[in-house]
Each structure stands twice: as structure tokens, then as C-alpha cells.
Design a protein around this ligand. Structure first.
Ligand code: AMP
Ligand code: ZN
Length: 115
């Protein structure tokens, strides 16, 4: 059994406010939102980060992006949103189970990284 936090959410051992679930992916609200709309889309099968992803993960990775726009719109991000995948130490990844952040809301987000 995986000790991973997001695997525990997939198994229902830790509660989450689910946004979407299908055979490949789960989406749920971020516990510490940085914008009015902030949810995460994860593959149900554990993979630690984009570094570990390979061809076998393509169905889940594809589904994560394929549902993002519809879910974002349903959650109220109707005029754009940002997708973020943090990877590794430099990317400041905190939870080592791949996830896409979907961040948006009524207001325009701050710019990208400072130059
Ligand atoms: P990252 O830095 O990309 O690994 O982001 C991890 C994200 O997971 C953060 O935005 C956290 O707020 C979020 N998070 C941590 N624990 C939970 C949880 N139990 N339920 C929902 N989101 C969580
Ligand atoms: Zn996991």
C-alpha cells in the first residue's frame, strides 16, 4: 500500500472535495487554494513526478489535460485559467504524486515568474 497522500485520497482514506472522477484520473479542490478556482487533477495510478512519466502513462496524462477545460469552466473559471505542474526540488514540488494545478477565477492572475 502506498504511503502517498494523493494515493490515499484516490483510495478514499483521506477526504477530498471531488470535482471529477473517471477510470484514469481524479480531480479535487486544493486544500489551500491560491485563487477562487484552484483544484488538482491527478492520475489514479501513482507516479511521483513528470521525471518518472513514460509512454505507459499517456492515457492518464492525456485525460488530465482533456478534462481540464471543461472542469475549469464548471468550477467558474469561464474566462481563462492557468495550468501548473511543479516538478522536483527546483520546481518546488511538495506532493510527489503527479498533479496539474488548475488556477483561475474572475480576476486576471499575476504574471509568470519574475525576470
Ligand atoms: P505542489 O507544490 O505542486 O506539490 O502542490 C501540492 C498541493 O497539494 C498544494 O497546493 C497543497 O495545498 C495541496 N494539498 C496538500 N494536501 C492536500 C489535501 N489533503 N487535499 C487537497 N490538496 C492538498
Ligand atoms: Zn501516489
Amino acid at each position: 500500500m502506498s504511503d502517498c497522500l494523493f494515493c490515499k485520497i484516490v483510495r478514499g482514506e483521506i477526504p477530498a472535495k471531488k470535482v471529477h472522477e473517471d477510470e484514469h484520473v481524479l480531480a479535487f479542490h486544493d486544500i489551500n487554494p491560491i485563487a477562487p478556482v484552484h483544484f488538482l487533477i491527478i492520475p489514479k495510478a501513482h507516479v511521483a513526478s513528470l521525471y518518472e512519466c513514460e509512454a505507459g502513462h499517456e492515457p492518464a496524462l492525456g485525460r488530465m489535460l482533456a478534462v481540464a477545460g471543461r472542469l475549469a469552466r464548471e468550477q467558474g473559471a469561464t474566462d481563462g485559467f492557468r495550468t501548473i505542474i511543479n516538478t522536483g526540488r527546483v520546481g518546488r514540488q511538495e506532493v510527489y504524486h503527479v498533479h496539474i494545478h488548475i488556477v483561475g477565477g474572475p480576476d486576471v492572475l499575476p504574471g509568470m515568474l519574475k525576470r
